[in-house]
Ligand binder design. Structure first.
Ligand code: 5GP
Length: 186
């Protein structure tokens, strides 16, 4: 299949804006197929089952894992499980579509092992200060929680070197254009 697209995996540190970027592409780029993840977390207001996520119970998630139906999965933020259904990704690629997976770093590392031909894109903050600002916000967390988040962010930023390409999320529209251009040209 000489024209086959590679799956594109988008990951990056917490609070860098991966979800917003993926949502923007889902809304404005109909020729990009965006993977819909399974999650055990509860829907937030405005989230639609089957559009933003497939919301499942822990038992249903266990079942998907046991059947080997997930391309990757991880416990994110020590709380809920998230995973990418394998077959829809394979179907989208087989249909010649550009496929985007917005997942966390642990998930990206699993895809690196099982689908090494994918293109791995790291979404980086414009600066460390900006990431700190987005993470810590207006300082509603206590000092210990702030320290914990910043320590995690440092480790996550260091993962950049594991990726093929870095896109800086300075502006969601500009970053989306760069990502889609990358998908088209790869
Ligand atoms: P949220 O609960 O805010 O929608 O997402 C929390 C985190 O879960 C984000 O960092 C997002 O990248 C990650 N995530 C969403 N879907 C998946 C998935 O299918 N697999 C993995 N490994 N992480 C995911």
């Amino acid at each position: 299949m000489p024209d086959a697209h590679r799956a594109v995996v988008l990951a990056g540190p917490t609070a860098v804006g991966k979800g917003t970027l993926a949502a923007h592409i889902r809304e404005h780029q109909p020729d990009v197929w965006v993977s819909v993840s399974m999650t055990t977390r509860a829907p937030r207001p405005g989230e639609v089952d089957g559009v933003h996520y497939h919301f499942v119970s822990p038992a249903q998630f266990d079942d998907l894992v046991a059947r080997g139906e997930l391309l990757e999965w991880a416990v994110v933020h020590g709380r809920n499980r998230y995973g990418t259904p394998r077959q829809p990704v394979l179907d989208a690629l087989a249909a010649g579509r550009m496929a985007l997976l917005e997942i966390d770093l642990q998930g990206a590392r699993q895809v690196r092992r099982t689908m090494p031909e994918a293109l791995f894109v790291f979404l980086a903050p414009p600066s460390w200060e900006e990431l700190v600002h987005r993470l810590v916000g207006r300082g509603t967390e206590d000092a210990a929680e702030r320290e914990r988040r910043l320590a995690t962010a440092k480790v996550e930023l260091a993962a950049q070197r594991e990726f093929d390409v870095t896109i800086v999320n300075d502006d969601v529209r500009r970053a989306a254009d760069e990502l889609v251009h990358l998908m088209r040209t790869h």
